[in-house]
Every structure is written in C-alpha cells, then in structure tokens.
Design a protein around this ligand. Structure first.
Ligand code: SF4
Length: 211
C-alpha cells in the first residue's frame, strides 16, 4: 500500500470475503473502482458515532485493530450476559453460505476479541432467504486464514494482476468479468491462464450476461 493513512493500511473485513471469492476480482475493485466504492474509502469512524444499544443486541459498532490490520463495522452483536457473539447477515439467494462468509465472520470475531480480551469462538450467519441462523465455530484455522489474507491484500500492488480463478463458474456472475475478460485472456495469452481453471477455455461453459 502506498499511503500511510489508516484507511489505506487497514483491510476492511468485507474485503476478506471478496478476496476469497477471487483475488483478481478484488484487484479490479480495489484499483480500478469498477464495482462500487473502493473499500479503502469507507470511513467507518462516522459509523462509530451511530452505535446504539437495544435490549440483548448491540448494533452498529465499528472496530479497528492496527495489530490485526483490520477494520470493519459489525451490524449486529448478540449480547448474552457476558458473551458477545457477532451475527453476519446475508441475502443468500443461493440459500446457503460459503467459506468466504465464514472467513469474514472470523474477521469480525477477531476484531471483537481485541476489545473484549476474551476468545470469541462462535459467530452466527443469518440468511435472509431462509430466515435461518447458522452457528459457526471459529477455529485457529479461520484465524490463520484471516491473517494470511490480510498479508496478501497488504502486499498487493497495482502492477501485479492476480491470476484467473481456479473456479470458472464464479466468472459467470462476476461483476468484473467485462474488465477481466477471462475467456479472451485464456485464448490470447494462454500463459496467463496456465495453472488456473481457465487453462482449457474450450472446457469452460459460461452463460448469461455479466452481473
Ligand atoms: S471474471 Fe472470473 S477470473 Fe475474472 S475477476 Fe471475475 S471471478 Fe475472477
């Protein structure tokens, strides 16, 4: 990262999710602003002012940790006596959640730990599409994954575009597809597709328009 202000140095927790989905897509989001507002421009400090407490829930809490290199806003925290449990809510048209959602939740748990001083080993993922809440046990593997992704994001540079995804089916609904051009890249520059899911573009079948 090139700037020294904290918004450039800290990784937003939601970026963990995007990076797990496809580092290349995250690259386009981050450096080319192709999809919405870059994460670095999210000013969570103003959100912090909006925090409030109602009953057994804590809402709208902004966290940052220089040590973790993370920041982000937790929309909802269950407050059950002394135990605080983050709740991450997803629209989830697919009616399920993904490993990337678990990593994001782990990031929130780790931020919460920096405030409470206690391990936060449980979080919930609530799916609007099914109205179900799933308990996710946060493990050391989750925590190490979060730390590794933070390291990788902080090491990114505009000069180095990450490789194409290993899972071409993700490209079908990818909002960066028109910029990434995976099929064109694979056909015109096969070296760039080597070792990825696009190594044999004839074997990849995508349908529909970009989202
Ligand atoms: S089109 Fe595929 S390879 Fe390109 S950024 Fe999107 S998911 Fe990644």
């Amino acid at each position: 990262m090139t700037s020294s202000n904290f918004r450039d140095e800290l990784v937003h927790v939601s970026a963990l999710n995007e990076f797990v989905y496809c580092p290349r897509r995250f690259y386009y989001q981050r450096y080319h602003d192709e999809i919405g507002t870059p994460y670095e421009l999210v000013d969570g400090r103003s959100k912090h002012e909006e925090q409030s407490r109602r009953g057994g829930w804590v809402r709208e809490r902004y966290f940052r940790s220089d040590e973790l290199g993370l920041h982000g806003k937790l929309d909802l925290i269950e407050n059950d006596g002394d135990v605080l449990t983050p709740v991450e809510r997803k629209r989830a048209e697919s009616e399920t959640y993904f490993p990337s959602d678990e990593v994001q939740l782990a990031g929130y748990c780790m931020l919460l730990e920096t405030v409470t001083g206690d391990p936060v080993n449980l979080g919930y993922i609530y799916l609007y599409s099914t109205d179900e809440r799933h308990a996710v046990r946060i493990t050391d593997d989750h925590r190490e994954t979060v730390r590794e992704i933070v390291r990788q994001i902080q090491a990114m540079s505009v000069e180095t575009i990450p490789p194409l995804t290993d899972t071409p089916s993700k490209c079908e609904a990818c909002s960066a597809r028109t910029y990434c051009m995976p099929e064109e890249t694979a056909r015109l520059e096969p070296k760039r597709a080597r070792g990825t899911g696009w190594e044999d573009p004839d074997a990849v079948s995508l349908g529909g328009d970009d989202v």
